[in-house]
Design a protein around this ligand. Sequence first.
Ligand code: BDR
Ligand code: CA
Length: 321
Amino acid sequence: MKKIIIDCDPGIDDALALIFAIKSTKLNVIGITICAGNVPVELGAINAYKVLKLLGREDIPIYCGDNLPIKRELITAQDTHGIDGLGEILQEIELPENIIKGNAIDYILKTLNEDDQISIIALGPLTNLAKVVKQDSNVLNKAKKIISMGGAFQTNGNCSQVAEFNYWVDPESVNIVFENVKTPIHLIPLDVTRKIVLTPNYREYLKQMNNPISIFIYNITNFYVDFHWKQEKILGCVINDPLVIGYLLDETLCEGFLSHLECVEDGKAIGQSLIDVGGFYNRNNNVHINTKVNQKKFFELFFNTIFPENIKTNTIVLEGY
Ligand code: BDR
Ligand code: CA
């Protein structure tokens, strides 16, 4: 089993990624660290806990990072994910008092120093990872692999013409992290995640399956679907973060190339991820950017991992998505 720490800001699609990873028999989620992003950290922690409770996995520890990006105010995405971050399904659950087990930065530092077999899965702004680097500039190099959802290469952004949310929220952190890695970070940008659309057909299948996990996914994505219609005039919703888990499980889902990434910190293009395709600046390769994805293969893996009991029916549904 691959050991992973998931650094996230749940978030509807983060919640789906957590479900995907935790249900996988090939992954061992040893800890969840929360960064500020879609929602403030405390709300993110509550949402992560809701997912753990749904899956009966309250044993997985949750750690919280700081509530502010490294240099600026936090701008959340509650317009996209709902005021509660989980599509405003108003799911009331009993929260035990101590759902937060400690500080995210300390936890990541300690864990990476003790074990060189841990991969970091970053599904939100890179604030926590940048703070880790500030304390120990070499520690991220001890991670087995780092995969980040963020940036936009040859597609428009979702916060401005050019900027993707995670990198736009905290661009300075992006640069701190990318400048300090010796092994390229695997990037899952909007170019590939935009192809991962949970269509009305898939959602109907979730509804018909009628089990607690499928109904949870159906319900939390309802708000997301309305947002996507208003914003992008598409039917269904783009689920970005689960593609990172899919890629970790099967790298052949995506294709890309090595390059150098730098993030714009000021001005109109703030948050833009600049990829030096032409090698103009002769910098080191710090990113493996993915630009192609096999979405059908992704959804097969996604559904078959979360609902292994339905593999036969899933195959039928996946034929005609
Ligand atoms: C990213 O921003 C967030 O809203 C999503 O959770 C995802 O990580 C997509 O731009
Ligand atoms: Ca996220």
